[in-house]
Design a protein around this ligand. Structure first.
Ligand code: ADP
Ligand code: MG
Length: 238
């Protein structure tokens, strides 16, 4: 589960093409980072995969199924947003269970998944608190918990740590990497931060003006950047 392929996908807003024809393969269980400067199309690409934007042309396949025209809810992907988007009046337990309540999942199953997510995220002692009583890092974990309970084929993160201070960012980076180790679910992670890309990714996709400049492991990109842009962006000595 969690194999995603993009086949000649393009996206235009009005007359402006922000994603020229783009091919990409993401393998099951991979941690893929989309990195590039602000405005290069990272969020747009992620939103196309999530189904939050319609493709202008091309096809998106998820686990072999053509998902190009599927609404977000049918794609079995979970997006973790930049802002936590938690409900302040609900407890952590209710926040995490929210998507399952909407889907009218069996109550016992809801409880089981909340307990499991809380265990994985070290939130067991905080289930009866409200978001206002939590630290920034804990709130981010609740947002991830809400994604976990949907048991998605892949997690999509759009700069999830940009609201956190530098010290907390390092901690959360490690936590997300550990979560990937534990769940072994495909993760696509968008950032403009080279350090995050280099430390977290199995595979880095370097974007500039909507185009893929290079795809490779952090070591590949560091050792053999394909051009000056990649070298400069990754901080390679070449
Ligand atoms: P990034 O996430 O890498 O900063 P975005 O994907 O947000 O970049 O934006 C890529 C380009 O698409 C930018 O030029 C941006 O202005 C444009 N864009 C994004 N969303 C819209 C939209 N809804 N309408 C028009 N232009 C948009
Ligand atoms: Mg963005």
């Amino acid at each position: 589960m969690g194999r995603i392929t993009l086949d000649k996908v393009t996206k235009s807003f009005g007359e402006v093409q922000v994603i020229p024809p783009l091919d990409l393969s993401i393998e099951e269980g991979e941690f893929v980072v989309f990195v590039g400067p602000s405005g290069c199309g990272k969020s747009t690409l992620l939103r196309l995969i999530a189904g939050l934007e319609d493709t202008t042309s091309g096809h998106i396949r998820i686990d072999g199924e053509d998902a190009t025209d599927l609404p977000p809810a049918k794609r079995r992907l979970a997006m973790v947003f930049q802002s936590y988007a938690l409900y302040p009046h609900m407890t952590v337990r209710k926040n995490i269970a929210f998507p399952m309540r909407m889907a009218k999942l069996d109550k016992a199953e809801q409880d089981r998944r909340v307990e499991e997510a809380a265990r994985v995220l070290n939130l067991t002692d905080y289930l009866d608190r409200r978001p206002g009583q939590l630290s920034g890092g804990q709130r981010q974990r609740v947002a991830i918990g809400r994604a976990i309970v949907r048991e998605p084929a892949a997690f999509l993160f759009d700069e999830p740590l940009s609201n956190l201070d530098a010290a907390l960012r390092v901690g959360m980076r490690l936590e997300i990497s550990e979560l990937h180790e534990r769940l072994k679910t495909t993760m696509i992670y968008v950032t403009h931060d080279q350090v995050e890309a280099m430390t977290m990714a199995d595979k880095i996709v370097v974007l500039q003006a909507g185009e893929i400049e290079q795809v490779g492991s952090p070591l590949d990109l560091y050792r053999t950047p394909r051009n000056r842009f990649v070298a400069g962006f990754i901080g390679s000595p070449k």
